[in-house]
Design a protein around this ligand. Sequence first.
Ligand code: PMP
Ligand code: GLU
Length: 430
Amino acid sequence: MATSTKTLTGPRPLAARVRALRPSATLAVGARAKELKAAGVDVLSFAAGEPDFDTPEPIKEAAKKAIAEGMTKYAPVPGDNDSRSAIAEKLTAENRIPGVTPEHVVVSTGGKQSLFNLFMALLDPAGDGSEARRVILPVPAWVSYAPQAQLAGGEVHEVVTTPETAFKMTPEQLDEALSPDSRVLVLNSPSNPCGTMYSPDEIRALGAVIERVTTGPAPRCPHLVVVTDEIYEKLVFDGQEHFSIGSIPSISERVLTVNGLSKAYAMTGWRVGYFAGSGDFGVEVAKATAKLQSQSTTAIPTFILPTLRVAFEQCQDFVEHLRSTFEQRAEVMYNGLTAIDGLVCPRPTGAMYAFPDVSAHFGKSSPKGTRIDSALAFSQALLDEHHVALVPGEDFGTGGEKCCRLTYACATEQIEKGIERLREFVDSLR
Ligand code: PMP
Ligand code: GLU
């Protein structure tokens, strides 16, 4: 006889780590915008940070050729020799990071997995060995750093930045945040979501602080390493130079540089990322993350590996075209946003985002009666009433709750239309 035994035999509660985990807000808003579009709503989406360009032909051809030639079996976990060499050569010649060899490189399923592997390899949960679990995170920061670090057992310590300093952490702020239990400093320049970047001198000044606290007979932060996410390095504007902190010789062995093909080569769906360190510690970390990866995803699809060298060696004209297009769009987005009443936004200098502070409108209500008391309420009313999707800033950390993120990875015409709708929305708030 059928009686309900649900409470007896049903699934047990899921693990605390997933119950506490927030899904990626950037992916969630992007998916919601796509759903609405599919349902016939004329949504203008400024949500997902994904170039609207097609992947360059030489890259597609390289993958097709690899499939035709039978590169369809498991690859070595950290990537094959040629792709690791191509990355080591790039980091040496272009980023000027000393001492990078193929042995220091691990290729992963997107920069996201490289970051995940690194946090897992570097952090111990409380009570599990090392006391150095503090992760210094300048915020606002990309939505995945804090959850990934926390999943690995790290304790996130935010360094709060503001639009007035273009969301950049000062050397004094860094110095103040550092303690003997500091393990990882996360840097991301150019920044998602802030759309700004550090100058070479600003990076050098942060490097000097790191050198000071990690060297000498009794260093204040003996365990500190830097995880620098340089995935937007090619998207830099106004003639600025991207400078890799790993190129500073006195600290290079403590720096783990993360990058990937998603942004510069319009390859978000291919899932290719990597990291490299240098020196003995870099090899140790590479081996540790490869071990982790051998127990999770193994390697990236084998026939995608040759695209790394092809991207670096044959697609630089494409990268420049992408960069200059984004530079023009950034200008249109910035001029449009800052002409809207109450929106405050630093000038975009890199990546593909603008991150305006919309808090001047908190406390007002929309024509349909939504009270605008947060970035989330602002973005929901905007989507509902004017069909514009942007990412509310709450999940980017402290300071983000006043802001919304818009990407200009879309046609200029769409940016102009979206700005117009945003202006109408803001003007309708009472
Ligand atoms: N870092 C930052 C700052 C990003 O914006 C992204 C975008 N997804 C990533 C890393 C990871 O990208 P992917 O996994 O596609 O390489
Ligand atoms: N990094 C992109 C973004 O921030 C893609 C989505 C994600 O991985 O978070 O929009």
